[in-house]
Ligand binder design. Structure first.
Ligand code: MG
Length: 451
């Protein structure tokens, strides 16, 4: 039995160890077979291995008779959007997102800019395992052509956002895929743009590609030193965005998600916002102000996008900066989110810190418990029963991803780690006392099951 190829964000691994050109070629032929693909978009982030994986992918696709549109180094959302606008059957983004430079991966999109679902992935994995791709007759092999995928994306973004103020923005693509699109878009919208780390470099020499308070220290300092309005940063493939406020402080992902979600609901006069099981309950607090409802999914942006489409939600995202704007398309989109965030500030007349300051800040506690891989899923299932008994006043119980109980003064989530022999507990409380109380009670129950 072949190991599972697809993780929560496509095929990903260490280059020439997990992810080899041979594997990339197999994935390409299997996807082309599954999608009966006549046309495919192929794009990449700035990683050193991008050319190699691209060449292998193109060999597989053309072998199946697929016409390949080569879009070059662009962000993941631009690739997803191009798949839709170019009328391709499938889109491939070569990226390992926020992982270190020695990693690469393959994200696959359907013709609606939606990431491959579990069902699609299973079908592709089966074709790879059985080694049964549909190869074309030599007279029907595919060809390649270079395309400019950015123009249609820019048009879409400019239609979505108009800014009156000349915002001073410090933008930091971290030498990743947004190096051109993000500064260009912000300039086009009339911003005064100072760009850091905006040269494409697959070694990611300037900072780690995961945007967080620690990796964005230089951006924070620059925003403060220049007296800029905002700092904007992306991960390696720019499906995520992170903000620095006008004082140079890193903006908490949960609070920006909650504040933006609330505005989306206000504009719409209510509706649904989608987020995952791990996001702060400040998303609910803010949504309820505008008569909105929050739907929670498993962790993974594909599940958020699927739920948005299914429920007709106005907005959705994960608290890592992956935001989905369904009016435009269904792929998490860093540059578009940045532009829409500026429009939100303009609409509300607030600074970054004032806008996100509307969302309450709760207390989060995380604990790990050692538990054998062979037992961890069963233990979590059992804990569902005991936790319900122990927290009898719970207001909601969900097994969409692990076990999640919403309580009057907080919530708790118990999940088996996907990769390690661990059970993870996440607790959020209205106050520190509440968070500690919930953690203590849950810890005793988990320890009794894992001892
Ligand atoms: Mg990413």
């Amino acid at each position: 039995m072949l190991a599972k190829l697809f993780g929560s964000s496509g095929v990903r691994g260490l280059v020439n160890f997990d992810l080899t050109p041979v594997l990339a070629c197999k994935v390409a032929t299997a996807v082309a077979t599954h999608a009966k693909a006549k046309r495919a978009v192929v794009a990449k982030d700035t990683r050193v291995s991008g050319d190699m994986i691209e060449a292998a992918l193109v060999a597989g696709l053309t072998a199946c008779g697929t016409e390949v549109l080569l879009a070059g180094q662009i962000p993941t959302p631009v690739c997803a959007y191009a798949t839709k606008t170019f009328g391709a059957d499938v889109g491939f983004m070569l990226t390992a997102s926020h992982n270190p430079p020695q990693y690469n991966g393959i994200k696959v999109f359907n013709n609606n800019a939606l990431s491959y679902t579990d069902a699609d992935q299973e079908s592709v994995e089966k074709i790879v395992a059985e080694n049964q791709p549909s190869l074309a007759d030599w007279r029907a092999l595919g060809s390649t052509v270079q395309v400019d995928a950015t123009q249609a994306y820019m048009d879409m973004a400019q239609k979505a956002v108009t800014l009156k103020k000349h915002w001073h923005v410090v933008v930091d693509p971290g030498c990743g895929a947004a190096f051109s699109v993000a500064p260009t878009l912000l300039k086009t919208l009339g911003c005064k743009v100072t760009a850091l780390n905006a040269q494409p470099d697959g070694h990611f020499p300037a900072r780690k590609s995961e945007p967080n308070a620690e990796t964005l220290q230089y951006l924070s300092k620059t925003v403060k030193a220049l007296g800029a309005d905002i700092g904007i940063a992306f991960d390696g493939d720019a499906d995520r965005v992170a903000f620095i406020d006008e004082n140079g402080a890193f903006v908490n992902f949960d609070r920006s998600l909650a504040a933006y979600g609330a505005l989306a609901l206000k504009r719409n006069g209510g509706g649904i916002v989608v987020t995952n099981v791990e996001a702060s309950m400040c998303v609910e607090t803010m949504a309820e102000k505008f008569g909105g409802k929050v739907v929670r999914t498993r962790i993974g942006d594909i599940y958020v996008s699927e739920a948005i489409e299914r429920d007709g939600a106005v907005f959705g995202g994960e608290p890592c900066g992956a935001w989905v704007h369904p009016k435009q398309h269904l792929c998490p989109d860093g540059p578009l989110s940045a532009a829409l965030f500026l429009a939100a500030l303009e609409e509300t007349g607030k600074t970054v810190s004032e806008f996100v300051g509307e969302a309450p800040e709760y207390i989060t506690i995380r604990e790990n418990f050692v538990c054998k891989n062979s037992a961890k899923y069963q233990v979590v299932e059992k804990l569902g029963v005991t936790l319900k008994e122990a927290f009898a006043g719970y207001t909601d119980f969900s097994t969409v991803d692990g076990v999640r109980l919403a309580l009057k003064n907080g919530w708790l989530l118990v999940r088996a780690s996907g990769t390690e022999p661990l059970i993870r507990l996440t607790v959020e409380g209205e106050s520190e006392a509440a968070a500690k109380d919930i953690t203590q009670k849950a810890t005793a129950l988990i320890e009794a099951q894992t001892r």
